[in-house]
Structures are given as C-alpha cells and as structure tokens.
Write a new protein. Structure first.
Length: 349
C-alpha cells in the first residue's frame, strides 16, 4: 500500500505538477457574497434509483402538471447547484408554465458513488432516461446539458431515439462535444503520468488510493479551477466553483476521465436534426474548446449558435444573463413549435 502511494507521488514529481494559469488584475467586488448558492436544497426533492441501483438526488421547481418540463444536467466535477442562476431567474420568467428538474449525476453531489465499471457516458444517458421516467413521465421535454451533462443528453438521445421523437421538443448543448477529448481540451491538459498511475491504482491497488488522493487532486483540480472562468469573477463565486470541484470524489474525477476522452455520441446528432436546438460555449473555454461547439452547430441545421466572449468553461455561472436569455429563446421556440432559430449565429458578452 505504502509502495503504491510512493510510486504515485514519485510519478507526480517527475510530471512536474504545478498550478496552471491565474487571472491577474485589480480586485473584483464581491457581488456574489450574498448569494445563497445552496438554496436549491429547499426545492421539492426526491431520490431516483437508477437501473443499476445508484441513488440519484433530484430537485425540481414548478407545477407537476406544467405544460413543459426542462431537465438540467450538470457537468464533470460539478453538481446541480451549478445551475443556481438559471433556477432563480428562469423560474421567475417562466412561472407556472414550465417545471424545471435538476439532478446530481452518479458519483457527484448527493448522488451515490460508483465503481470504475459504472463510469461511462452511455450509463449517464441511461440515468437521464431513468430520471425522466421517474419524475417527468408525460408531456414535452427540453433537455439542457453542460459539459459532461451535454454528453449525457446526447447519450440518452442515441440510446432512446423513439422517446426523443415523441417527447423532446428542444435540446441545449452547452460547452460540450459529441466526440472524445483525448487530443484536445481537458484530455490534452491532463495527459499526465500521475493521473495514469492513479487510474491503475484505483483498479489494481485500492489501498493506495487514499494515499494518492492529494497528489492526483493536485493534478486535476488546478486545471479545472483555472479553466472555470475566462474573466475575473467575484471571490464568492470563485469559492463556490472551487468547492464543487473539491467536494467531488477523486475516484470519480479519475474514473470519468477516460469516458470523457473516448466517448462518441455522434449518432445522436441526426436524431435531433429536426429539433429546436441551442449550442452555446465560451470562446475562452479550454476544457472543451469553442471549435467543438462550432462542429456541433454545423451538424445541427436548426441550431442557434451562441458564442460568449471571454467566457470560460462554467459559462452559466460566469455569464448567467446571456445563458438565461439563450435558454429562454430556446424554450419559446419549443413551445411555439418553431424549430429554426433566427439568427442562427450570435456573439454575446
């Protein structure tokens, strides 16, 4: 056990682990200090058992019989509270006409932990279908996915195309991609022997995992923190984002990396070709680079493509007004039966 930990630490040292970019500039007023980023805890909630028994924590707001349900799916090393500004503002805009559903993906937030064999994008798509069946079994749906959550949405669409044709009237894909990241974005930034050593330890020497947590967190967490925002944000918001990353199990961090690198959900895109879609990304996102979103938009003839200037990966927290406006336009199109977006390309921020 001790030998495994020492090996991981040695590999990390050889890798030359250092903190990555830091934003410099004048102090930013702490406009978010009065935000209660945990307020979603008080929304109506339940636990949904996935098909393989993993408990998934769910929160929702809006009438059970609302004419439209919007399901939000968070990304890698986050939790449902990353939609804080969308939950607050869009609930006000949409009122009783829309029910919003949020949940923590397996291995994240309040949902159950998982084994390495249960950490793949296809399984996340099945989880999304399980949540929908449990809490929104009827009526039209809009699916909103950020980062790994967008991959989960595409995985659900690929695996359950008939359900999409029957019920899904809108899809938002934010800061995400339909194919793997092995050679770009997060995959390229985490090509590190320390991470590879920890992956091996998780599978072959579980006793070494506890000793290696700090080392591997020192590889992955700085990359995620630095990529979260492209601009200087309030200290409270930065602390909130960092806390979500910190609270994520290191085993979850490592086990989902390969899924992010190798997933391929391109077959889902033709399924939603005639669906109202939104593709949105910050142009300073280096977890999933902006050109990945351009590729998505090119493959979706009815997509509105929104480029958020200077935004990093957590665009929904960094530029909430621009994201809320884009989601509101998507929902209005879905409710009106307007598939095509006009204009199809926007730059905001």
């Amino acid at each position: 056990m001790a030998g495994g930990a020492a090996s991981i630490a040695a590999v990390a040292a050889v890798a030359g682990i250092t903190a990555v970019r830091r934003r410099v500039g004048p102090p930013v007023p702490d406009a978010g200090r009065r935000e209660d980023f945990e307020s979603m805890e008080f929304d109506r909630g339940c636990v949904v058992a996935s098909g393989d028994g993993v408990p998934l924590a769910v929160r929702e707001v809006g009438p059970l019989e609302a004419p439209l349900t919007v399901v939000f799916v968070h990304g890698y090393c986050l939790r449902m509270e990353c939609w804080h500004y969308q939950r607050r503002e869009l609930a006000r805009r949409w009122g009783d006409d829309v029910r919003m559903v949020f949940y923590d993906q397996r291995g994240h937030g309040r949902s159950g932990d998982v084994s390495p064999d249960e950490c793949d994008i296809a399984r996340l798509g099945i989880d999304l279908a399980d949540v929908i069946r449990a809490v929104a079994p009827r009526g039209p749906l809009v699916l909103v996915g950020h980062s790994m959550g967008g991959m989960s949405v595409l995985a659900a669409i690929r695996q359950f195309p008939d359900a999409v044709a029957e019920r899904v009237v809108g899809v938002a894909l934010m800061s995400t991609t339909a194919a793997g990241l092995a050679r770009t974005g997060l995959g390229r930034n985490l090509q590190n022997p320390a991470v590879d050593a920890f992956r091996l330890a998780v599978r072959t020497a579980p006793g070494a995992v506890q000793f290696g947590r700090g080392v591997v967190r020192g590889v992955i967490a700085p990359v995620l923190r630095a990529a979260s925002f492209g601009t200087a944000v309030s200290p409270a918001l930065e602390a909130f984002a960092e806390q979500m990353i910190h609270d994520t199990s290191v085993v979850t961090m490592v086990n989902f990396l390969q899924a992010l690198e190798l997933h391929d959900e391109l077959e889902a895109l033709p399924v939603i070709a005639d669906t109202a879609t939104l593709v949105l990304c910050g142009d300073d996102d280096w977890v999933i680079p902006f050109d990945k979103s351009e590729q998505l938009a090119d493959a979706l003839p009815h997509a509105e493509m929104v480029r958020v200037r200077r935004a990093g990966h957590l665009v929904q927290l960094e530029f909430p007004d621009e994201v809320n406006d884009a989601l509101d336009r998507l929902v209005q199109r879905a409710r009106d039966g307007r598939v095509r977006a006009e204009p199809t390309r926007r730059t905001v921020g």
